[in-house]
Design a protein around this ligand. Structure first.
Ligand SMILES: Nc1nc2c(ncn2[C@@H]2O[C@H](COP(=O)(O)OP(=O)(O)OP(=O)(O)O)[C@@H](O)[C@H]2O)c(=O)[nH]1
Ligand SMILES: [Mg+2]
Length: 401
């Protein structure tokens, strides 16, 4: 007999009925426009949208009030009505005013790119910590909208003499959001401290730590499973992974190695999300080596590499030794194996996580990195013990002269 579903949180985790959605994507002349629109369609499907139509507009710059022109807005309204859309998804980040004006003009709910990504994260978060992080990011996104909506109203009403119940409602909303944000931060802070303790005890064990990072859908989880024989969820969808999973493996020559699979990155990742996921990304920030997994078969792979580099910089992981792992070579023209840079250090490894080719070369690269970069010293590149042989030799020579 099936139990009755009375638990709301349980029910909200059930697959949602698809929402009929119209997509709007505006071409500002960037070369990546088509790829970015395709990616957005995949995000929309990942959030459970049933896409009724995709409208493309061309503009030099966004309209301040509506993002698109008023003629385009009418076209959107007609297409939405024809397709019986319940929702309009914008492949862009809208200002609170643009969102509000569009909702008024279209008489439909409008969701922008940040809100859509937050929605997918909410759908996919499984761990307690992951759920708290997403909730925090959502509240922060909402809070900026409430504040700005309020200042807009204030201007409109002229302030003095016009203050009424509307104001106190907004103030109450704001206070409640503020309280909740503080509460979530405290809880997350506690979890972060627990994590640090765990990491310290692992570090005492002297294991070399490796973190898999990369653009969403690059194949990080599949590679993690291939390396560790784990069974982490991997799927052809954006943001399949939200929680960091860590496994300890033994690699001959490197000894005990701690490997972490992490959340994927995406172009223009919302800042609120990066901030909220700081604790999860700590594993990455403190790793001894980053394996930057790249979808070698994607025409966008170079832009994706640049986006990941940008996020790594933002979270303070730019100085960690890094190896590019070109994955999915079964679908590209690369050969399995490793490639060295001009210093003789392995810089790129070519693998297929699915066909499990190139994994020995990858393990070899991890061994070399672990020998070049002793764990016990951490990964502080300012530490003189960390300089490469040649640079410490030349600085010693400089001191003598
Ligand atoms: N052809 C091919 N497909 C692969 C390979 N590795 C992974 N995939 C596929 O790529 C898709 C994404 O794989 P995941 O391992 O979930 O990717 P991820 O980087 O963990 O993605 P997120 O967790 O969403 O950021 C899945 O459909 C995998 O089956 C590979 O070597 N070759
Ligand atoms: Mg994954």
């Amino acid at each position: 007999m099936k139990p009755l579903q009375t638990d709301i949180t349980q029910a909200s985790r059930e697959p949602r009925p698809p929402t009929r959605a119209l997509i709007v994507s505006v071409d500002f002349g960037e070369p990546e426009f088509q790829a970015q629109t395709d990616e957005f369609v995949m995000l929309a499907k990942g959030a459970g949208a049933d896409i009724v139509d995709i409208l493309i507009a061309k503009r030099a710059r966004p309209d301040a009030a509506l993002f698109v022109g008023s003629g385009k807005a009418e076209e959107i309204a007609l297409a939405a009505a024809a397709g019986q859309a319940e929702l309009v998804l914008f492949n862009h980040n809208l200002s609170p005013a643009q969102q509000r004006n569009l909702e008024r003009a279209l008489k439909l709910r409008v969701v922008d790119r940040v809100a859509l990504i937050l929605d997918i994260f909410a759908l996919r978060a499984h761990s307690h910590e992951g759920k708290l992080q997403v909730e925090l990011a959502q509240l922060q996104h909402l809070a900026t909208r409430l504040t700005r909506m309020w200042s807009h109203l204030e201007r409109q009403r002229g302030g003095i003499g016009m203050r009424g119940p509307g104001e106190s409602q907004l103030e109450m909303d704001r206070r409640m959001i503020g309280d909740k944000v503080r509460y979530l931060r405290e809880r997350l802070g506690k979890l972060e401290r627990q994590r640090q303790t765990q990491r310290r005890s692992r570090a005492r064990g002297g294991a070399f730590s490796v973190s898999l990072v990369g653009y969403t859908n690059a194949g990080k989880s599949t590679l993690f499973n291939a390396l560790t024989r784990a069974e982490v969820y991997a799927a052809d969808q954006l943001f399949a992974t939200l929680d960091t999973t860590t496994r300890r493996i033994w690699i001959e020559g490197a000894g005990s190695v701690v490997v972490s699979d992490t959340v994927g990155f995406i172009r223009d990742l919302p800042h609120t999300l990066i901030a909220a996921f700081r604790a999860t990304l700590e594993e990455t920030v403190h790793a001894d080596l980053l394996l930057h997994v790249v979808d070698a078969s994607s025409p966008q792979r170079d832009e994706q590499i640049a986006e990941v580099d940008k996020v790594l910089e933002e979270i303070g992981a730019a100085d960690i030794p890094r190896i590019l792992v070109y994955n999915k070579i079964d679908r590209s023209s690369h050969e399995a194996g490793a490639e060295r840079d001009e210093h003789g250090t392995i810089s790129r490894v070519f693998v297929s996580a699915i066909e499990r080719t190139g994994l020995d070369a990858l393990r070899g690269a991890i061994v070399e990195a672990s020998q070049a970069d002793p764990v016990v010293l951490g990964n502080n590149s300012d530490d003189p013990r960390f300089r490469t042989q040649s640079s410490s030799a030349s600085s010693a020579a400089g001191a003598r002269s």
